[in-house]
Ligand binder design. Structure first.
Ligand SMILES: Cc1cc2nc3c(=O)[nH]c(=O)nc-3n(C[C@H](O)[C@H](O)[C@H](O)COP(=O)(O)O)c2cc1C
Length: 215
């Protein structure tokens, strides 16, 4: 397979495209879309976001050291894009996108009520990398929409129809291919793959897998 070599650039895709809500010391708040984000530590739970200094939101995060990462869905994709191409210095993105502020538990920045998962974050380290400042932040509280909890208190994020961002395009997720560790479980991989192909939802696949395992 022949490969074309490109000059070095950002090519790590797909990525989550999250909406980050933030506020300054005076309580002015805003939302910006961030794709340069990632989980960086399990214990303590930490994540990072990278923000260009030109962003209106930048001074807010600098001032307070706090923000909320709001996960995004198919229903929110227009807002995701809009919040990533318009600046809060010119418009109120909450109003324009009909997004609702929800009070956070720990940080002062508001959460986006329409998002299925809100992750409250407090910056622990700031690194100026060049075009972007990377904020390493500790997760100080997590809120999940109870609508996606099942009877066994398992959270089904897939039911919220999460989206990803890949090289300039937003996508919804496709079929479930397996669950964590499925490749080393008793059942043959080929069998598992067949099951997952038949079943589109993780929940369905899990149920089938569990049945088979107990036979
Ligand atoms: C899909 C997408 C991903 C983006 N990711 C980032 C990012 O990781 N860091 C960043 O500084 N800007 C990113 N942007 C650009 C900002 O969201 C955009 O400049 C926004 O208008 C800034 O808002 P503000 O000026 O109100 O702070 C992204 C935009 C889009 C559409």
């Amino acid at each position: 397979m022949a490969k074309i070599t490109w000059k070095p650039g950002n090519m790590l895709y797909p990525l989550p495209a999250v909406m980050v809500s933030c506020a300054d010391r005076e309580g002015r708040d805003n939302i910006l879309t961030i794709a340069w984000t990632g989980t960086t530590c399990s214990n303590p739970p930490m994540l990072s976001i990278s923000v260009r200094k030109e962003r209106y939101s930048y001074h807010m995060i600098e001032e307070t050291g706090e923000f909320v990462v709001n996960l995004t869905t198919k229903a929110l994709v227009r807002a995701v894009d809009f919040c990533g191409v318009r600046s809060g210095k010119d418009i109120d993105k909450w109003k324009e996108m009909h997004l609702t502020r929800e009070k956070a538990d720990v940080v002062k920045a508001p959460m986006i009520a329409e998002s299925p998962v809100n992750i409250e974050c407090r910056v622990v380290e700031r690194t100026d990398l060049g075009s972007h400042v990377m904020y390493q932040a500790e997760v100080v509280s997590v809120h999940v929409d109870e609508a996606y909890m099942d009877e066994k208190q398992k959270f089904h994020l897939e039911d919220a129809k999460p989206i990803v961002y890949s090289h300039g395009t937003y996508f919804s997720l496709g079929e479930a291919l397996g669950t964590f560790g499925y490749s080393v479980k008793q059942q043959s991989v080929r069998g598992a793959n067949r099951l997952y192909t038949k079943q589109q939802s993780v929940r369905g696949a899990d149920r089938l897998y569990a049945k088979k395992k107990h036979r």
